[in-house]
Design a protein around this ligand. Sequence first.
Ligand SMILES: [Zn+2]
Length: 338
Amino acid sequence: MTVPAPEAIRALPKVELHLHLETSLRLRRLAERRDAEIDDVPALIADPSKFTGYDRLRRMRYATRAGRVPDALYTAENIEEITFELLLEAAAHELKYVEVRVGGRRGFQLLGTPRLLEAMARARERAAARFGIRSGVIVTIVRERGPEEAEQRVREAVRCRDCGVVGVDLAGDEENYPPGIFSRPLSLAREAGLGVTAHAGEFAGPSSIWTAIYQLGATRIGHGIRAVEDPALLDHLREHRITLEICPTSNLRLGLVPSLASHPLRRLIEHGVPVTINSDDPMLLDTDISREIALVAQALALQDGALTRFMAAAARAAFLPDAERRDLERTVGVAPAR
Ligand SMILES: [Zn+2]
């Protein structure tokens, strides 16, 4: 058995559901390309590799000094440009549909949510016209900013649905901020017809996933790899078609799995849990969607059919109206499920 060649993987029609815009990091790279004056004082950061999980992620972000980009870079034009750039990269990897997450607090505060989302919408329309790539926006709520800010963000996201907001995501410090405290804001999102996904079972165990499902109504789980610790949860995910957004390099780089060969993905697939492959923070992690799929194919010795099944699962779990979702399933080469 040979795994598909990199060119074949790149040419595979794709859908990606878990992709952060990485606003401040992209703005920093944009400023560097323009030779703009930016504060280059090194941040006082201990070696990220000494930490694991969310602590390491935080320190990796600090180490990029992206948080030090000046407020002046947060313009509607720059947000449009970095969004367009992300979609250009996505189209180069044959992504037919992508859900882009935006959660950086400064963007929402400095520009205001409508201007931020309108700037992203302009980029998405341009990318659709130029490359035929479709996209939606997921507004990310960060746990450690508390339920009040979460509710405010959800209300704004609902008001801006016309700008292509398709869902809401819960992210951040999973161990210290359990999903349950965000049940009210996320119920507002659900009532408004937005999709709900939550980072869970990444830094915390299966109870975090159960809570995200029962108290937030999440139909998708970001990562969710620790579901393998609970057979009853695996059954529940399979029976209710709750889809896991697996991000292999992210898990590896944050020290959550020792190797891709031992990644829980194999057990999830064997158990029949719907799984998708994603790049998470590709700029921070120095990866892309084709590379993620190639790594998984290599580590688990997967064939073409298995890779198409990842894309089918992603198309089925997309936060799209039924007709558009079925259309997307046909685009990635599978018969619509229903
Ligand atoms: Zn993520």
